[in-house]
Design a protein around this ligand. Sequence first.
Ligand SMILES: Nc1ncnc2c1ncn2[C@@H]1O[C@H](COP(=O)(O)OP(=O)(O)OP(=O)(O)O)[C@@H](O)[C@H]1O
Ligand SMILES: [Mg+2]
Length: 495
Amino acid sequence: MSGFGALGLAPWLAAQAEQVGLRKPTPVQEACIPPALQGRDCMGCAKTGSGKTAAFVLPILQKLSEDPYGIFCLVLTPTRELAYQIAEQFRVLGKPLGLKDCIIVGGMDMVSQALELSRKPHVVIATPGRLADHLRSSNTFSLQKIKFLVLDEADRLLEQGCTDFTQDLEVILAAVPAGRQTMLFSATLTDTLNELKRIAMNQPFFWESTSEVRTVEQLDQRYLLVPEKVKDAYLIHLVQTFQDEHEDWSIIIFTNTCKNCQILNMMLQKFNFPSVALHSMMKQKQRFAALAKFKSSIFKILIATDVAARGLDIPTVQVVINHNTPGLPKIYIHRVGRTARAGRHGIAITLVTQYDIHLVHAIEEQIKMKLQEFSAEEQAVLSILTQVNVVRRECEIKLEGTDFDEKKEINKRKQMILEGKDPDLEEQRKAELAKIRKKNAQFRTQVRQTLEDRRQLLLRRKLQKRARRRHHQQEKPKVAGEKGQDLTSSQAGRR
Ligand SMILES: Nc1ncnc2c1ncn2[C@@H]1O[C@H](COP(=O)(O)OP(=O)(O)OP(=O)(O)O)[C@@H](O)[C@H]1O
Ligand SMILES: [Mg+2]
């Protein structure tokens, strides 16, 4: 017996894996599937694109086939798109079982989700916020009997980033049984190991790939040092070059804010590139539509915020461009991991400005390798510079004419309400805080000014004193000299 069968998986499942193209288990699958089948908690830290999803999906399906009921398994993941992708893997591999799954994510209709949950699906794949909302608001389903709890991108679920999952996780962890089997996976688990051990309590089996370098070998990692003001022109030039030279390549461009994502997409479209955007200020339907267009290669360029940085598996992606240098090495690892997956090659280019060099050093230190410089034709960039800057300005003006910022404000208010805060009170509090800060700053400036005035005054006095003394000293010898002259002249007279 070889392949998946040798890891303890039933013949039907090994055959199904082979049928969908998983012939030989990857190292993380080889390491984690046997202990998972033995009932042990499992923590797997393996590089991006190394098959972590199947490492948990396969043993869960095997156990489900032995004792099928719902709700058997709960998978948590940080983004909505990733939840759909994981569900797809369950569906494809679990087809012979007639698997029933249910996706519970934000931005979708809550009533139909509640109905689906009450029908006891075998597997629930969820983002923590929406699932916690269901748990808080209804008692038509229970997670009390689940056998498996999976946290994919586990470190992201635990960290307190811009989307903080910790409160929702608490609600969910209180609703699942203590005797469940827990599986935690990510390409970057190590910083959060201690917190994770609290969740995987059952003497977890921990597996980490042995490679020193934390990114995949097949990935060509480059940086391009560019002045801040010409970044966009470099981006357009890079995209043009890749499109000209490799028609079938898909490109993901990562940027730091939703607004920038929107503007870059508008710009690329103005230059007639087939691009779509993906960020958290888009409606969920638009997000899915954009991703579907990109996945089907109808649109070859995706401009995204870090909402697309983790987990997404799109085999046609050959290039990742970081329009901004990621502030955290971890984010860099996940972003560039959208290419060079499952043994394929890929290239990642990070645009680095004069202000970001220290960030590149931090990245290099973490990934344990140096980025190589990418050479671009400066002359070609210069020739489009003015046009690119004009287009950016036009797009900015166009966006200002829409309700983009207003929407952002509305989203912020919605988030506050969900967190149990009163947006108006918060606003008031913020305004008061700002006033106090302003007053403090004014006071500090005043104190500084008074001290400075006093210092100047003392200095002036000192200088005046010194000048007076010098003047006085100069006066003295003059008097003495006059006397001396008199003396000499009188002496001379006597002689
Ligand atoms: N044994 C295998 N043989 C061939 N391909 C595989 C195998 N296992 C998984 N794959 C494929 O590898 C790709 C990446 O897998 P997956 O998305 O699970 O990676 P990952 O480790 O979760 O990456 P990330 O850290 O980015 O989430 C998928 O397209 C998957 O179908
Ligand atoms: Mg994954």
